[in-house]
Design a binder for this molecule. Structure first.
Ligand code: NDP
Length: 295
């Protein structure tokens, strides 16, 4: 049976972290500073707390100094804005990340707008997204998950130029910027969302599929053109009585079916997830290098 090459995000992320570690030690020698990342977490969502912990741990491994502000679920917009404003002014902080989603009562737009664009390592400031969308403009930072998807394609020498790409999902944090990035790389891009008619037919045209939906096993074998490359961003818990926790994580793509048809595919877990954090570290280093003119 033909079987797709596994795109090993865990391995590539490790290589990238090693590269970042060595660059940071050179920078430390040259200018005497470590990059600094501030993480702002509002409320007590368990999943967000785990993501923040993982990001802090990753910072430690490469030599990025991380600071964390934990604000209570019921805090006001002013309190969040004050916290961001302090990090904006703090010269030891080169990146500011506001963990999403925010509690319902807070205005996400106002809060993301408050992050100094020079420290917007998540790339969610509208100016950075706007530049990403415009020809001839360069964003200061590109959102981490979509950037990680493209980086995987690059590191596996999968060419994008002229290819038909389909992005499933159009969220501000993954689907939309992923589509913009593919277009910047000269792919011809279609975007599928919850109102799309015949998503299967459209997806079957794709040489490259990036799926960021949040629906386990939505993309079946019949959706995939033979030889297509699949980047599965979805992280979906499904019940599994054999697992110690009672659940396991799967992607948006039915992995068993896809493996028989695709030429390459990212696993879940171990695909895009580790790349997202590696790109956050990379963006933070880039930001610090800009401040100190370190090349
Ligand atoms: P959102 O819920 O914000 O967006 C989901 C998108 O999928 C929407 O655009 C929605 O369409 C579309 N959609 C939903 N159902 C369908 C359907 N049946 N058919 C077609 N399109 C559909 O999710 P995110 O973008 O934040 O995340 C997507 C997935 O990626 C999740 O599983 C999340 O856990 C995972 N993720 C993984 C990361 C990583 O590091 N690996 C990082 C971030 C997210 P519409 O716009 O019409 O509502």
């Amino acid at each position: 049976e033909p079987s797709a090459k596994v795109i090993d995000g865990k391995l590539v992320a490790k290589q990238i972290r090693d590269e970042i570690t060595s660059e940071i030690s050179k920078m430390k020698e040259a200018v005497g500073i470590n990059p600094g990342l501030a993480v702002v977490l509002v409320g007590d969502r368990k999943d967000s707390a785990i993501y923040v912990q993982n990001k802090k741990k990753a910072c430690d491994t490469v030599g990025i100094i991380s600071r964390e502000s934990l604000l209570p679920e019921d805090c006001t917009e002013e309190e969040v804005l004050k916290c961001i404003s302090e990090y904006n002014k703090d010269p030891s902080i080169h990146g500011i990340l506001v963990q999403l989603p925010l509690p319902q009562h807070l205005n996400e737009e106002n809060i993301l707008n408050a992050v100094n664009i020079d420290k917007d390592v998540d790339g969610f400031h509208p100016l950075n997204i706007g530049r990403l969308a415009m020809r001839g403009r360069e964003p200061l930072f590109v959102p981490c998950t979509p950037k990680g998807c493209i980086e995987l394609l690059h590191r596996y020498n999968i060419s994008i130029k002229g290819k038909r790409a389909v992005v499933i999902g159009r969220s501000n944090i993954v689907g939309m910027p992923a589509a913009l990035l593919l277009q910047r790389e000269d792919a011809t891009v279609s975007i599928i969302h919850s109102r799309t008619e015949n998503p299967e037919e459209i997806t079957r045209e794709a040489d490259i599929i990036i799926s960021a939906v949040g629906q386990p096993n939505m993309v079946r074998g019949s959706w995939i053109k033979p030889g297509a490359v699949i980047i599965d961003v979805g992280i979906n818990p499904v019940e599994d009585s054999k697992s110690r926790r009672g659940y396991r994580l799967v992607g948006d793509v039915c992995y068993e079916e896809a493996c028989k048809i695709a030429s390459a595919i990212t696993p879940v877990p171990g695909g895009v997830g580790p790349m997202t954090i590696a790109m956050l570290l990379s963006n933070t280093l880039t930001s610090a290098k800009r401040v100190y003119n370190f090349v």
